[in-house]
Design a protein around this ligand. Sequence first.
Ligand code: PIT
Length: 410
Amino acid sequence: MSSQHSQHDDESVVESQSVKQTQPSSQGLDFGREIHENVWGSFYPLVKDMKEVNLFKPKLTYRIGRSLHNDVVFPGYKISNKHAEITWDGRETKDSIIMLKDNSSNGTYVNGQRLGKGVSRILPDGAEVAFGSPGPSSTQPAEDYRFIFRHTASGQQREDGFYGLYDSHDQLGRGTFASVVRCLERKTGILWAAKMFSNLLTGGGSSSLGSRSNEKMVSREIGILQTLSHPNICFLKETFITEERKLILVLELIEGGDLLEYILSSSGVSEEITQHITYQLCLALSYVHSLGITHRDLKPENILLTKSNPPDVKVADFGLAKAIDSQTMLKTMCGTPAYLAPEIVMQTNMQGYDNLVDSWSVGAIVFSMLTNASPFIEDENQPDIRVRISTRTVDWRILREKTSNPMSKS
Ligand code: PIT
């Protein structure tokens, strides 16, 4: 166990005698990486300062609960005396099965789903298990008994590469080319976001996706992303290409959702917070522009927010748009690309626009924050998206109505 997880060992998790006897004496083990051959399963806490729980062979069933009669004791007030039971079928093969049984009043949750009192289910490798409540409580942060379960019964360590180094979890978002999932770095216990591309490197046909040159462009772009270091830009930690030639980016985990959700959830953003967000957005843009990088696809969905109040901005999806030509971009767009500058839509090759397109997007985004609406009046019946974007006009009335600036009122 790593030192950062060792502070509250005795209070938070009391393990049975058998656990203590068989636990390897080297407690400086990498978090979750070195799987001891006597361990058939491990619970890795999602909260810092909580100790991991290892389940040792040959004991097949571990009882979990508040009372000291259990093999694993969680002293939380939402934890039942006899909360749950976990059982390994004793097989040392890859297809061995581990069952989790819920005996509790407040619930045992697997990947957010409550099992129900008396109900057992197979516990897969990498599942998130929560005891007592599905997520952290805002009033009782110490009452967070959420873990990632690793099924290690076969004693096999996973290969290196993304799936060897990380456990992937719940989905954070889904786009046209990729989905983003929360993941746990086994070595450190740090949570990250993994953006998994479906076919960016392997797609084929007439589209520009999937060609070798496209792959090169993506790699070059990733190289740029890795050099970016700014508090308002989502940090790219590392990248992987899987055997199926799928691209995975490991990114800073930002848990406050995106700006689109934020605007919609509060039906628009106050001027004060709009100012706060816009300022940070401009800091990020000024930084990347100074490095000769243009985002080109800025929109509220690509602006991630931290959970703080007011939220801080982390711009995401830098540069990947470059790997996809404008034709493909237009084809894959849903609805109206309100934040896209007309010169991007009108251009026929990849040249001819610059950093100003990001400024255009900032304007449209500010408008959306203040009004909870798109800035443009456009012909919804116009089938050609190029004509539609280049002929639309700005609906200033709605901005005048919503903002408090007396100068803007007519
Ligand atoms: C998160 C949460 C989330 C999405 C992302 C990160 C994505 C970040 C990102 C994606 C990119 C890129 C830079 C950052 O180039 O829902 O923590 O393609």
